[in-house]
Ligand binder design. Structure first.
Ligand code: ADP
Length: 151
């Protein structure tokens, strides 16, 4: 069974994340969306709310599972029998950020391979950070997030 983990903060989940997952779905038998806790980040939405939104977005999709974790991503992969880590690339900045992490993860567990998906052009400027900023100042994020988050 081809199992992948899509780790991230999802604070909140955006149409960009969903786009990456849609691209990945035909390639894997199971995708675990794994909401991690990055100790250097302050979150806007608490983890149970972030998880509930994602579960609602993908309800009925048998291949998707949503979990939270507080460990190294490669350890989480090992515990769940996943051989692939999925990440999205919006720009060369993302690439430069992701590259050392992918090398390091491979160093930590050579059985796990990181797979990158190029963001679709229309989502390449969408980030949770920008969305949080728009929400803070009362702007319109209708086109950027799923209806679950909009509510
Ligand atoms: P993290 O804190 O791990 O960066 P994020 O939730 O910000 O968590 O992002 C999770 C993954 O989704 C990252 O690989 C990120 O590059 C990717 N991603 C975020 N937004 C987009 C987008 N608009 N298009 C494609 N990939 C995206």
């Amino acid at each position: 069974m081809k199992k992948a983990v899509f780790p991230g903060s999802f604070d909140p989940i955006t149409n960009g994340h969903i786009d990456v997952i849609q691209k990945a779905l035909p390639l894997f038998d199971k995708i675990i969306i794994a909401i991690g806790t990055n100790t250097t980040k302050n979150y806007m939405f608490d983890i149970s709310r972030r998880k509930a939104w994602i579960e609602d977005v993908f309800k009925g999709e048998q291949k998707i599972e949503v979990q939270t974790y507080q460990s190294l991503t490669v350890d989480f992969c090992r515990e769940n029998g996943a051989s692939f880590i999925l990440r999205g690339l919006r720009s060369t900045l993302d690439f430069e950020y992701e590259k050392p992490i992918a090398y390091l993860n491979h160093e930590l567990n050579s059985e796990v391979e990181t797979v990158f998906f190029l963001a679709s052009q229309n989502f390449s400027s969408v980030s949770s950070t920008i969305i949080r900023e728009i929400i803070r100042y009362g702007g319109d994020v209708t086109k950027l997030v799923p209806s679950q988050v909009l509510k």
